[in-house]
Write a protein that binds this ligand. Structure first.
Ligand code: ATP
Ligand code: MG
Length: 555
């Protein structure tokens, strides 16, 4: 690799690259994605997934999927299944079957006994609160536990008693014996095991002591011989502790590398908070299309490629930053622009009558599905005397720059004819209910010999064939860029009350009749839409993924 190419690598790729050059671990690259199964994955996890699997893919390595399921009280099988589905959907394949930190409980227990035997761990009869009170501050040393100098024999007997269920929950813990004075608080005799009479989703009631995350996590990486353990910045000052365990257990030295977590504005991203939105019924579920979860984005219509491209575009940083939601939207537009068929759907219909068009006649117009990609072919749409157009595409008294419909104005109907607006009708409430126009018979798209000028192009559907559908429009979940960190206000107070608008009576062209949940389309001029799983054969429901940035550019 040239120096120029090397410069283009991000800092993690540089580390991996150098390790390979130095033949560290025989040039192996083995990463892992280690979610805790206590909620559904969100877009921040997607970033981490793309990074870990992406590194392995670039360097001929492997990636494990390991559930960090050391905390029995918050974890559920539902989450395990959802996480597997999301990783696969994003397009990644983990090495072998999925792994569980809980599979290492016995090995971790034996590691702990080794530390006890080496005088590096002790059983403390203090409560967690007492331990916290003795901890000191970075400049004030910790008060040593009265049990710190117990004999190896006594420690072993007590720890085995803990495992055997002899002691009450909260009555004892196992602690590493590291330091009373380190300014790194994680090194001040951290807790390794606690007693919990809790049922675990995989090990059942086999255990009544559970390892702390900080004890289990690094060792799990070592057991799997992970070469590069990538994690987020908040674990940077846990690294000395992980290294201490590795050194004293003489186990495989996985290298931890920290990067800045992904933050997005106008949303929240921790599972704990997302769980609150779900539990308090503030959203319809983990996969509510307004949620920043992978399942929510999928339901909303995001494609796996759009999320992967977003992750690449965001890059990896060493400092915390906040990414603008518009970058995520840009990524999905960019992808769907190329891949989604363009169809016509009218969200707020108003009748349009072509007065000089024969009453019974219907023409089938051929329209290409996506001008960006010829291989996507074409389809026909019906044209007739009675149509619907978008209410906002007509103005009774339009300003000059309004290139849509108004009395006396010309406009082209997409793939069809140029029409001339003659008149309009109002209902008893004074609202325009019907627009009347004449068409120029020799102005048909593709064979226009009329010489008639028109500026705008409008989408439409034919009344008789139109398919009524429900459309759900979304806005940001929160009203403010940063819903967290307000001293006197809970983040839920910043929820956007107008984040969902339901349109019950939208109309789409008949080619969409057999669309299936997950199918994505561009509704010309109205945005990108995806069929929602709430749909039935009789009644389609569409989610708007994102609006189009621009209206049609005239061709
Ligand atoms: P949360 O606070 O949402 O629960 P977490 O870090 O506790 O996040 P884990 O299940 O422990 O969630 O995370 C699995 C992996 O995903 C970890 O390696 C973690 O570093 C990474 N991760 C989590 N959130 C983000 C984020 N916002 N940006 C990048 N990576 C993330
Ligand atoms: Mg967590």
């Amino acid at each position: 690799m040239s120096t120029e190419e090397k410069k283009k690598l991000n800092f993690i790729e540089q580390i991996v690259h150098n390790d390979i050059e130095m033949n560290k671990h025989e040039g192996r690259v083995h990463t892992r994605f280690p979610p805790e199964p206590n909620g559904y994955l969100h877009i921040g996890h997607a970033k981490s997934i793309c990074l870990n699997f992406g590194l392995a893919n670039s360097y001929g390595g492997k990636t494990n999927l390991r559930f960090d399921d050391t905390n029995p009280t918050k974890e559920e099988t539902e989450y395990v299944d959802a996480i597997k589905k999301d990783v696969e959907w994003l397009g990644f394949k983990w090495e072998g079957t999925e792994l569980y930190a809980s599979d290492y409980f016995e090995e971790l227990y034996q590691f702990a006994e080794k530390l006890i035997k080496d005088g590096k761990a002790f059983v403390d009869d203090s409560s967690v609160e007492e331990i916290r009170a003795m901890r000191g501050t970075p400049t004030v040393p910790m008060t040593p536990s009265p049990n710190r100098d117990r004999s190896v024999e006594e420690n072993l007997a007590l720890f085995r008693g803990m495992r055997a269920g002899k002691y009450e929950e909260g009555s004892r813990v196992l602690r590493a014996k590291i330091s009373l004075t380190s300014p790194n608080m994680h090194l001040r005799d951290p807790i390794m095991y606690r007693i919990l009479f809790a049922h675990h989703h995989r090990t059942g009631d086999a255990w009544c002591i559970y390892p702390m995350y900080d004890y289990a996590h690094g060792q799990s990486d070592s057991i799997e011989k992970i070469t590069h353990s990538i994690c987020t910045l908040e674990f940077e000052n846990h690294r000395p502790l992980y290294k201490w365990f590795i050194k004293h257990l003489e186990i495989f030295p996985s290298r931890q590398i920290e990067f800045a977590r992904l933050n997005l504005n106008y949303t929240v991203m921790s599972k704990r908070r997302l769980l609150r939105l779900v539990e308090e019924g503030l959203v319809t579920g983990w996969d509510d299309p307004r949620m920043p979860t992978i399942s929510g984005l999928r339901r909303r219509g995001y494609s796996p490629a759009s999320i992967r491209n977003f992750a690449t575009r965001v890059g990896v940083a060493k400092r915390d930053n906040v990414i603008d939601l518009s970058l995520l939207e840009f990524s999905v537009r960019e992808d769907l622009n190329k891949t989604a068929p363009r169809v016509m759907g009218v969200l707020d219909p108003i009748k349009l009558v072509i007065t000089n068009y024969p009453e019974e006649k219907t023409e089938d117009l051929t329209i290409v599905n996506n001008p960006e990609d010829e291989s996507m072919g074409s389809r026909t749409i019906p044209f007739s005397k009675h149509l619907y157009i978008e209410r906002t595409d007509f103005m009774e008294d339009p300003p000059k720059k309004f290139f849509r419909l108004g009395p006396g104005r010309n406009v082209r109907l997409k793939g069809a004819y140029i029409i001339h607006c003659e008149d309009f009708v109002k209902d008893e409430n004074g609202e325009v209910s019907e627009v009347h126009a004449t068409y120029y018979p020799d102005s048909r798209s593709g064979s226009d010999t009329s010489g008639v000028k028109s500026k705008g192009v409008l989408h439409f559907v034919s009344q008789k064939e139109a398919v009524p559908v429900e459309v759900r429009l979304y806005d940001r979940l929160f009203n403010v860029e940063a819903p967290l960190g307000h001293e006197d206000k809970d983040f839920t107070e910043f929820l956007n009350k107008d984040s969902l608008t339901v349109i019950k009576n939208a109309l789409v062209e008949p080619s969409l009749k057999d669309a299936k949940p997950g199918d994505r389309f561009q509704f010309m001029r109205m945005g990108y839409f995806c069929v929602d799983p709430d749909s039935t054969d009789e009644h389609l429901v569409f989610n708007r993924t994102v609006t189009l940035k621009d209206g049609w550019k005239k061709k």
